[in-house]
Ligand binder design. Structure first.
Ligand code: SF4
Length: 598
């Protein structure tokens, strides 16, 4: 154990900023991080035990206790539940003879829930020993457990196929489902062309000027102008500059970065190198969500080839002094790490808790140095902007929204998948494109966005109207919007809150409890107005997660108030939310007593 641990710590130069990698490696080799390992890591890195424990306890995929020889993480996103997740869960539990959240008595199987793993177009899906299983059925779930119990390797249990990436290192069940190619991201692409041709005649300032001219806004969801961000960062002096790519797409329902990462990794790395040239940085980090660990070998092979072909490394493209390289930094399961300052904290080996802003990352980012953070799609788009010019890009799309946008479309439609559209498409056009029928509602931008009904289907997908990071979940008339969607989203926010702000931590729970009360038929009219008032409170929270936590309630009451009103009791104005028997039972369960209230 000691030797193993020292070897791992040494691999990362005993650098405390690489604590995430150290914990991931120990997990990979030992299955969990024991108390002894925590002590050993702390000693080797010269930090306190608490420093190690706080990181270890923060992330879903870390554990200080064994999670079984084989660990199954079953996605519990709303779409997974809509497509049969509960039946699959039951089959896992019955065959393993073990409940979710536990490890089987023989220690062979551990069953755990997890938030959206970026597979909404092929649900139900699970991560089993790091491999992704898609389109699960109860029969397949049963076969998986039987195979694992017999001692088979997980690789022998999934149906291997070459993904759309067509690379031997990407043998996986994951299908890329690119169903519409547009003028930018999925147009013809020649790796390295921009680095070895276009950049030669451009100064860093001219690159930034073209990015500004293109009017591209960050594709992760916040929509900040990319050129402006690069310009700010390039002006801050004092310290090394960094280029970070946010590949932590955790918004339930989004999976378009997954597809870019496997179809256009060369383009992504080229975009990061262009950013390095523009702001004067020689170091890039791809912060990749743990859910995409199955891509690791493939992405490393793409990086190696880029180094061999002088698309990374020194004097890139023959430009003297243009040095840039990229390393992959994995997360370990935390939605909040999609927030840029939480991502930085995580990349530095700490809990992914958002920082107070200002200062912004362009001034004090990774290791307190000037840093730009952009989304996968943004970096890919930049390659085409420099190749064809900012003007060319700005003429695609609609007013205020230049270029194309990748949509991850899932739910009730014939053709779920990834679509590259010009900004400005209406929701009606989108529904027709994907073969959606009897659509009751569309969830725009995942839980952080809004739930809209047919009266809004004429609206446009663009920054001036329905802005989106790309997640589009379609819901037909058979769905119970409040139970299947809004309740699932509130549970998601409760699970993913980092807990720092009272407004986020407490009110997500209060909103969920009030919603449950209504769903159970115990609600009264004043509960709806309470929800409306309370749902605004999380907006004062520190980061986007808390600020959006009330959105599922706000937009569903705004657009589907009749669903709430149909469930509450009319003419009753007293609160029926308190149930004496349930409350006594809960407290007895907690202290281990048998209730006696009669
Ligand atoms: Fe953490 Fe929520 Fe506050 Fe964000 S808003 S910092 S997730 S508690």
């Amino acid at each position: 154990m000691d030797e193993q641990l020292l070897r791992i710590v040494k691999k990362y130069d005993s650098d405390k900023n690489r604590l995430m990698d150290i914990l991931l490696d120990i997990h990979y080799e030992l299955g969990h991080v024991s108390e002894l390992a925590v002590q050993g890591i702390a000693k080797s890195l010269g930090i306190s035990k608490i420093d190690v424990e706080q990181t270890l306890s923060f992330y879903h995929f870390f554990s200080n206790a064994a999670r079984g020889k084989n660990t199954i993480y079953l996605n519990d996103s709303a779409v997974a539940c809509m497509l049969g997740r509960d039946e699959v869960k039951k089959a896992f539990e019955e065959t393993a003879n073990c409940k979710f959240g536990k490890v089987s008595a023989d220690g062979k199987i551990g069953l755990f829930n997890t938030s959206c793993i970026g597979m909404n177009d092929q649900e139900p899906a699970a991560i089993i020993n790091g491999q992704v299983f898609t389109n699960l059925t109860p029969a397949v779930a049963k076969q998986i457990i039987i195979g694992l119990k017999e001692g088979k390797k997980v690789e022998d249990l999934y149906h291997k196929q070459y993904g759309d990436g067509k690379n031997a290192l990407m043998q996986t069940m994951v299908q890329n489902n690119i169903l519409r190619k547009g003028k930018v991201l999925f147009s013809d692409y020649n790796p390295g062309f921009v680095l070895s041709n276009s950049l030669k005649s451009m100064s860093p300032g001219e690159v930034i000027a073209q990015v500004k001219k293109s009017e591209i806004r960050g594709r992760g969801g916040a929509g900040f102008p990319t050129g402006l961000k690069w310009d700010f960062c390039s002006r801050f002096t004092g310290g090394k500059r960094y280029v970070l790519c946010n590949a932590d797409e955790g918004e339930p329902g989004t999976f378009k970065d997954r597809v870019l990462l496997t179809e256009r990794p060369e383009m992504l790395f080229e975009g990061m190198a262009i950013a390095g040239y523009a702001i004067g940085s020689d170091s890039g980090l791809l912060y990749l969500r743990y859910e995409y660990k199955y891509m690791e070998d493939y992405l490393e092979s793409v990086l190696s080839l880029a180094r061999k072909e002088n698309r990374l490394g020194e004097n890139i493209g023959g430009i003297n002094g243009f040095n840039f390289d990229i390393r992959i930094q994995f997360g370990a399961g935390a939605y909040v790490c999609g927030e840029e300052t939480a991502l930085i904290e995580s990349a530095e080996g700490k809990r992914g808790e958002p920082r107070d802003k200002p200062p912004f990352p362009v001034e004090h980012g990774y290791l307190n140095n000037p840093t730009i953070i952009n989304n996968v799609e943004t970096f890919c788009s930049v390659v085409k902007i420099i190749e064809n010019g900012g003007q060319w890009f700005s003429e695609i799309g609609s007013e205020e929204s230049s270029g194309t946008k990748l949509l991850s479309i899932s739910g009730d439609c014939e053709k779920p998948g990834v679509y590259e559209i010009d900004w400005g498409m209406t929701i009606y056009e989108m529904l027709e494109m994907v073969g959606a029928k009897n659509t009751q509602a569309v969830q725009i931008s995942g839980p952080s966005g809004s739930l809209i009904g047919p009266s809004d289907f004429g609206r446009k997908i663009c920054y001036g109207d329905l802005a989106t990071g790309g997640s589009m979940i379609i819901l037909d008339n058979s769905r119970n919007l409040l139970k299947d969607i809004v309740l699932n989203f509130m549970e998601f926010f409760i699970e993913e809150s980092c807990g720092s702000c009272t407004s986020c931590r407490i009110f997500s729970k209060l909103l969920k409890d009030k919603l449950l009360k209504i769903l159970e038929g115990k609600g009264v009219m004043s509960d709806i107005s309470d929800l409306e008032k309370w749902a605004k409170i999380p907006a004062v929270s520190r980061c986007g997660l808390g600020q959006a936590a009330g959105n599922p309630i706000i937009s569903s009451i705004k657009n589907f108030r009749f669903l709430y009103e149909a469930l509450v009791q009319k003419g009753v104005d007293y609160d029926m939310g308190f149930n004496m028997e349930e409350a006594v039972q809960a407290s007895c369960d907690y202290v281990g007593r048998i209730p006696n209230i009669h």
